[in-house]
Design a binder for this molecule. Structure first.
Ligand SMILES: [Zn+2]
Length: 482
């Protein structure tokens, strides 16, 4: 089994993945999902795509993965938004979950093995709160709220490296005089909102945010499991509080490894509706193919922050064209020769992915394979060279399966991307065709200077003309680091 190193937020170190039961090859992963009060945006896509790739890679290595990603369908934001729209919180949440599923499939993220919702796990949550009260880690108030006793957990703060004494108030819902300590956070909130409150031993109410993940991860993965993930903005207080709750209730260590994905900015600004730079997944897909988004994320390490811009999307789009054109050319060259994936490509991929899922280096490995193939393509066809090219193409496609790239038919993708890129270059397809015809006429009359001039004029506009045995073809120039 491939040894896999991961950067653990808990220790701040890169560590090998250790299984609770090595004989089973089983890896449990829990990642915090979305609070369903609005459409999913590309920040949600970022976390979902990174964990999707980690899951695919672990499976590719032979691990048996159980991946759990929850929906927070009970929350203040949902209740407030539903009120604005004049619908019930449950109806709003159900609509948003359906939208999220549609968006995730559209960006190539397959469903998790379990996608639990808070509203369907109220009894599990109540029972965990009861255990916390019994163990002395929680208390109820006369107003029907239940709080976690932060100072009782001696190692509280171990994930975010914050000591309780350095914290003033880490919770959002402070009711003066109700709490024993300012630091204590809500496990259960007294509430009677229709469709968003449930009967409990402490009266009608609803769960606090943190307890849901402790209860749902335990239900599907057990008291202890291998990997817990989420966006870096969840480290404190959400994940810190999850650890405090789970370890105090279960009397067992919680997750072995904590993986946190970076955060997304647009043009160096936090994405927000009020700034007008908010990009929902739906909006993104109106402008770009889904693979542009995925490639953009792959070109960044999951743990780093990323800054997106329209020009970066454009670069990714051109790079995709370069890749797909390469695949078309390789297929043409290989003809009917079908080889198994090239071993060196696959080995290079494992070497970098097993080292903290280094997709940046995986993309470099892919670039190297394309470069190697392009060199072979310019040489005279021999059966041996055709087999080599076919093996490289097969290797690239195999890696693509794990990373979620190159799933479309290469030839038709090339056409689509080319046409889509033209408006940004300020040129039309018929203008390019006219240039190709002019070049053909010039060459027919042996006016090579004019022919070259046509080619150079096109090149200045970002269009590359290439002469092939079938005539002159055009493409959009890619000036990346291929
Ligand atoms: Zn969570």
């Amino acid at each position: 089994m491939q040894q896999i190193l991961m950067t653990n937020t808990l220790t701040g170190k890169k560590e090998p993945l250790k299984l609770l039961d090595p004989a089973s090859n089983h890896v449990g992963i829990y990642a915090c999902g979305v609070t369903v009060y609005d459409d999913c945006h590309i920040g949600h896509a970022m976390q979902a795509i990174y964990f999707d790739i980690m899951r695919s890679y672990l499976r590719y290595c032979g691990y048996k993965v159980t991946y759990v990603r929850n929906y927070t369908d009970v929350d203040d934001k949902i209740i407030n938004r539903a009120k604005e729209r004049g619908i019930s919180p449950a109806k709003l949440a159900a609509d948003m979950i359906a939208g999220s599923e549609r968006d995730m499939r559209a960006i190539g993220v397959s469903a998790a093995d379990f996608e639990p919702k808070v509203s369907e796990n109220i009894s599990e949550i109540i029972s965990m709160i009861q255990t916390l009260i019994k163990n002395g880690f929680a208390y109820s108030t006369k107003t029907g709220d239940v709080y976690y006793r932060v100072r009782k957990k001696s190692d509280y703060g171990k994930l975010s490296n914050r000591k309780p004494d350095e914290l003033r108030s880490g919770t959002r819902d402070i009711v003066a005089g109700e709490k024993e300590d300012d630091l204590d956070f809500a496990l259960w909130k007294s509430d009677t909102t229709p469709d968003a409150s449930w009967a409990s031993p402490w009266g009608k109410g609803r769960p606090g945010w943190h307890i849901e993940c402790s209860a749902m991860s335990c239900k599907h993965l057990g008291k202890s499991f291998e990997i817990h993930g989420g966006g870096r903005d969840l480290v404190f207080p959400h994940h810190e509080n999850e650890i405090a709750q789970s370890e105090a209730a279960n009397e067992a260590p919680y997750a072995n490894i904590w993986l946190h994905s970076g955060l997304l900015t647009i043009d160096h600004q936090k994405m927000s509706k009020s700034l007008g730079n908010h990009i929902s997944i739906q909006k993104f897909l109106q402008d770009w193919p889904a693979e542009v988004l995925r490639l953009g994320f792959l070109m960044n390490h999951y743990s780093s922050n990323i800054d997106f811009s329209q020009s970066f999307f454009q670069t990714c789009h051109k790079r995709l064209l370069y890749y797909y054109e390469g695949l078309v050319a390789m297929d043409e060259y290989a003809g009917n020769t079908k080889s198994a994936p090239d071993k060196s490509t696959i080995e290079a991929f494992h070497a970098v992915m097993s080292d903290d899922f280094n997709t940046v280096a995986a993309i470099s490995a892919i670039n190297k394979s394309f470069k190697q193939a392009r060199e072979l393509l310019t040489s005279k066809k021999t059966p041996q060279k055709q087999a080599e090219v076919s093996a490289i193409a097969a290797g690239i496609r195999e890696i693509g399966q794990i990373l979620g790239l190159f799933k479309s038919d290469a030839a038709s993708e090339v056409q689509k991307i080319k046409i889509k890129l033209l408006p940004s270059l300020g040129i039309t397809e018929s203008e390019i065709q006219a240039a190709i015809n002019e070049r053909k006429d010039a060459r027919a009359t042996k006016d090579f200077a004019r022919g070259d001039q046509v080619r150079d004029t096109m090149a200045a506009k970002g269009i590359e003309l290439r002469d092939t045995p079938q005539g002159t073809v055009w493409s959009v120039k890619f000036l990346g680091d291929e």
